[in-house]
Design a protein around this ligand. Sequence first.
Ligand code: TYM
Length: 329
Amino acid sequence: MAVIFSGIQPSGNLTLGNYLGALRNFSKIQDGNECYYCVVNQHAITVPQDPKLLHQRTRELAAIYLASGLDPDKSTLFVQSEVPEHALLGWMMITSSYVGELERMTQYKDKAAKQGDSIPAGLLTYPPLMAADILLYQTNFVPVGDDQKQHLEITRNLAQRFNRLYGEDIFTVPDIYLGQDGTRVMSLQEPTKKMSKSDDNETATIYLLDEPKAIEKKIKRAQTDSENSVHYDKEQKPGISNLIEILSALTDQTHEQVEAAYVGKGYGAFKKDVAEAIISTLEPIQQRYRQLVSEPELDDILDKGAAKAHAKASLTYEKACKAMGLFRK
Ligand code: TYM
């Protein structure tokens, strides 16, 4: 039985990228593994948040986790700020990090380039907090999208560094778990850029709670090329390749199978099927979400999840404190 940990920030409306890169893998691996899934609200506050909205989105994200197939009897679902060991071990991880390695993180560099001096310090110290999330549970595998590779690499480095300094068996060194297709879903309007919840152009992004009509419209308008041939070529045809990856991921087909099904058919027929595949995947999730989000049962699940997560996290935290000399008796 492997330990699995992953988290999503409650910082905006979730996208098809979040679903294909992360969420759908969470429920696939919950049988036979010890799984922890977290609403990482303390990561969300590394950029300013409206408190009311953050509170609301925390609950909504928990409902999305469940609606997309997490079974609370199999997986532990909880909110990061309700398990204090995340911030506590996060501080220890910050003290084990070098400013240089944090400044080299591409996500930090991208954001720092836009904000100059007023960049929040939390954006720099984001990766050690993420390392703490993962290491607290002695995690073996972290299911995430491709954009988190660098964060996983620094988590491994921090775990190895800490073990070397303070004792070999303190932290398990985790591995990334990447799915096959859908690990990097691209923008529908600029298909060389990642699909993102924070994109200003709404037609570039499919949101998990989009109405069928909006999905049809966005896929119809998705950037392609003038060849009218459904063929996978990431360099020359990034738009069509992105849609092929989406359809492959949703229907469990290879790219070749998708290509073969559209020989002699144009982009119109292909796009219609891509939209249908998205709609038929998202509709049942949306229905379950609407039922769950206002249920008091959601609070019971999160209360129990926090207690279970705390029980495991506190063992690792105490071990790390002892090893570092942070104790009195
Ligand atoms: P976040 O909230 O940005 O995204 C959540 C998950 O969605 C994946 N993802 C994508 N996958 C494919 N295509 C896309 N366009 C796409 N956009 C997002 C992300 O890779 C991620 O798996 N740092 C994390 C949150 C985090 C975390 C953790 C994750 C904090 N602590 C511990 C794992 C373990 C983040 O910002 O995810």
